[in-house]
Each structure stands twice: as C-alpha cells, then as structure tokens.
Design a binder for this molecule. Structure first.
Ligand SMILES: [Zn+2]
Length: 483
C-alpha cells in the first residue's frame, strides 16, 4: 500500500521539511501552491517517484513474454485472434484492473496460404516472398511473366501501359530510414491497382523495411473498386538486390509466382478493455493502449505486443502501489489494426457521443521504446500542466514537443473529432528492420528500453488523470484544428 511505500516516506520527509521552514518559504513557492490550475510540489514529487519506480519495474517485459509465448502470432480473424482476446481479458483480471470488458469489432478476413516465387530465366533461382495482406491468389499452379522494374509508385504511375501489359511489376523502392515509411508504404498499399490499370498480371515489391536480412515484410494492401485484382507480394531486400543485379545484365527476367491467399468470411473480434476507476471523476478517463492483433509471420513482439504491454503495465503499476488516480485510466487493446484500423474505427463510433469524457488519448504503436519526445494536442489553458509533465519526463531523456500531437493509428479518428491527444514518440531506429517480418519476436526486446517507455506512459497516465484541469476534448479550439 501507499503508506508503506518509499514514496510515502519521501513525501513525508518533504512535507516535514517544508513545514519546518514555513516562514522561510519564498513568495514564489507560496504562489505555486495557491495556483489551482497546475500541480502542487507534492503532486510533482509523486509523479517523479512513479517515473523512477516504474523504470525499475519489469512488468511490461513480463506481460509481453506472456503474450508472445502463450498466444504468439495473432492474425486478425484467425483462431489465434480469439485466443488473444481470451488472453487479454484474463491478463487484465490477473493484473487487478477494476473493470474488464469487450466491445465487438467486425471485419472481413484474409488467409495467407502458399507463397512461393522463383526466377525461371535467365538465371533460375528461388526468391523469398510473402503475400501482402488482402492479396488474391494466383492460379493454383502459379503464373509466370517477365518482370518490369520501377523505382517507386510514382514512376509506375507515369509509365506507359505498353511497358507494363502482361508483366509482373517490380517496385524497387528501398526504404533508407523510418521517416520514409509513409512514402515507400504507398507502393505496397496502392501498387497493385496502379499496375492492374496498366495491364500487369501481378506485382512483387521490394519489402518495405530497413533491414538487409533475407526476410520479406508483409503488410496490408488495398484494391481500388472497379480495377481488376492482381496478386501482390513482397520479396526480401536481399532478393531485391539480387534481382536488380540480374536486370542490369539486360536480359528479360522471368518470374514464377504462386500464392493461394484468399479473402474469407466476416469475423467479429473485440476491443479488449481494462480500466482503473478514478476516485473523483470516474466517468472521465485517460485513454491509452495498443493493438492486440499482429501479422502472422513473427509473434508480434514489437508490433504491437510492446504497445499493449507498456500501457497495461503503466496502469497496473499505479494500481499496484495503491495510488488512486482522480480520473479513470482506460487501456484499450484494439482489434485488427493491421488490416484497416477496424478496432480504432469501432471505438470512435461506439464512443463518439462521449468524447468530452476522454481527458487525453495516446496509443503506443511504434515498438519497445525508448520514448524520445512527448507532444500534446490540448487547449491553451492546459499548457502549464503540459510543461510540468515535460519537466517530470525530462530525466528519462524525453524532449518537449509542440502542441500538434498525433495519438497513434487507432486513436487518429478520435483526434480528428477534437479529442485531446498526446504523442509519446517511440524510437524507431530498428523498428523497420523487424516490423511485419518473421524476426518480430520477443528476443529482440531489451528490458531497459521497454521499462523506460513504461515509465513514460505511467507518468503520462498519472499526470493526465490527476490534472487539476481538463485538456479540452470536444472544445471548440480542438475541433477547429482538423488534421
Ligand atoms: Zn502496429
């Protein structure tokens, strides 16, 4: 309990110290304690204790070990989806959350199947490929055609249809660093329909990833309405390098591709929710979480088991130490983010009439940390609180960002509706080496990194929940900024 903790002893010592020197306290300090729109020194001490104690705790690491070992890959709509939901419900209960419930999320499903490719001329050899999520199958015995190379989606878009017709499009867009993800990913999501419009029979892209391992990266792709659906796959960066060398020799390169992936029936999964009930404003809440689904190639450790574990552990740490947040802290593990943000959209729809109840929203979905920056999206009256939050987080090496935060993929819809948001930026230097590959596994998790991120989320959740003022969800100021 709280009274037995080191923190209480420290807080007591501080109070005694201040009380003993009442007449020596400067008018500056007196002003601070009388300002009811910011945290008192005592409250800041509690937040600083939480930061240091949570950083020394290992709960998020243990939760992630449990998820990746006891459930493993969690492709949305697969039998593992239901096992992940059952795991999450049980884990929230085991961790002592006050309320645990599920909200339904329906979506079309997709199954991977066989995925094979080989160069059949001029220099026959196998290629390591993976189907992109949503891809249709090839004919059962595969399809063979000449490769035509483009440097990017943009180059494909401006190509003459004659150069593409009857061929397999190869988008050779190498991703150099994390900041290029959006631009390179466009080839993955939109390339198939662009290629099909010009008469291509299939598309194989260079994997959207920064590694040089021989692992193809999967990820979702989408077909435009009214355009024929062609099979879509990715080859590993190593294979793409080899294909480029072969194409440089000037002879036509012919590839055989075989995929048996297919769309399947509609499935209903769940957003799984655990809440620590607030002591003074229980109907208002701080919204944190990650997405429970993962791609099927690895075990979804960094994407996004880490985000689930970090946010579950942050709320649990506060509860375990007997601290009672004023507002509730709600952790949502979203269903099916990977194939189209279905869980996030369902949550926004189910809660759109109670947006003002959300004190602040922040999802963790960029790996294991550390957190390098915190940005906000709040009404100006709350800037003083945000500055105090930055001050408490600074010893973790977290920089202060501006007031234009993005709260993460599953909460982007809420932000667009004017929900106050925070962005706790996770370091992504090695994220796109592992993301969506068989290498996204628990052994890549470093306790020091995930513990720092958990400490950051613990401080954020605690201070946002205990803020003396609201951050302005639904206020005209936030609604006016659509982005
Ligand atoms: Zn993710």
């Amino acid at each position: 309990m709280f009274s037995k903790s080191k923190m209480a002893l420290r807080a007591f010592a501080l109070i005694a110290m201040v009380a003993g020197s009442t007449y020596a306290v400067s008018s500056n300090a007196a002003e601070k304690t009388s300002d009811t729109t910011i945290f008192s020194e005592k409250e800041l001490q509690t937040a600083a204790w939480l930061r240091d104690a949570a950083r020394a705790d290992n709960a998020s690491y243990r939760i992630l070990e449990s998820l990746t070992t006891e459930v493993g890959p969690r492709l949305a709509g697969s039998p593992a989806d239901a096992r992940a939901v059952a795991w999450a419900e049980a884990k929230f209960k085991e961790l002592g959350f006050d309320k645990v419930w599920k909200e339904p999320v329906s979506f079309p499903t997709w199954q991977r199947g066989i995925e094979k490719a080989e160069i059949i001329a001029p220099f026959p050899q196998p290629l390591l490929v993976t189907a992109l999520g949503n891809s249709v199958a090839t004919p059962a015995d595969g399809l063979s055609a000449e490769l035509v190379q483009f440097a990017s989606l943009k180059e494909l878009m401006s190509a003459a249809p004659d150069s593409v017709k009857g061929k397999i499009v190869f988008i050779n867009h190498k991703m150099q660093n994390a900041s290029e993800y959006g631009a390179v990913q466009a080839g993955r999501t939109k390339g198939a329909s662009e290629a099909a419009r010009k008469g291509a029979v299939a598309i194989i892209i260079r994997s959207v990833g920064t590694d040089s391992h021989r692992f193809p990266h999967t990820g979702v792709m989408n077909y435009d309405d009214g355009v024929s659906k062609i099979p879509a796959a990715a080859m590993s960066n190593s294979d793409a390098d080899m294909v480029v060398r072969m194409l440089k020799r000037g002879k036509p390169v012919t590839v055989k591709l075989q995929l048996s992936s297919a769309a399947a029936s509609t499935y209903t999964s769940y957003n799984v929710i655990g809440e620590i009930t607030g002591s003074e404003l229980p109907n208002e809440y701080v919204l944190i979480g990650g997405h429970l689904d993962s791609w099927d190639l690895g075990t979804g450790a960094i994407d996004d088991g880490a985000g689930c574990a970090i946010t579950m552990a942050a709320a649990e740490f506060i509860k375990r130490h007997g601290l009672k947040p004023k507002r509730s802290i709600r952790v949502v593990l979203f269903a099916n983010e990977e194939q189209g943000l279905f869980g996030g959209k369902a949550y926004a729809q189910a809660h759109e009439k109670q947006l003002a109840a959300i004190q602040a929203a922040s999802e963790a979905d960029s790996g294991q940390g550390p957190v390098t920056q915190m940005s906000s999206f709040v009404r100006p009256e709350a800037f003083g609180i945000v500055k105090q939050m930055h001050n408490v987080l600074a010893p973790l090496g977290i920089a202060a960002g501006g007031n234009n935060a993005y709260p993460g993929p599953d909460m982007g819809g809420l932000r667009a509706l004017g929900v106050a948001s925070f962005g706790l930026t996770l370091k992504t230097d090695d994220y796109f080496d592992l993301h969506h590959t068989p290498d996204d596994t628990f052994d890549k998790i470093e306790p020091a990194r995930i513990n720092q991120a958990t400490a950051a989320y613990t401080v954020f959740a605690w201070m946002a929940a205990n803020s003396p003022i609201g951050f302005g969800s639904g206020a005209e100021y936030l609604k006016a900024i659509k982005q």
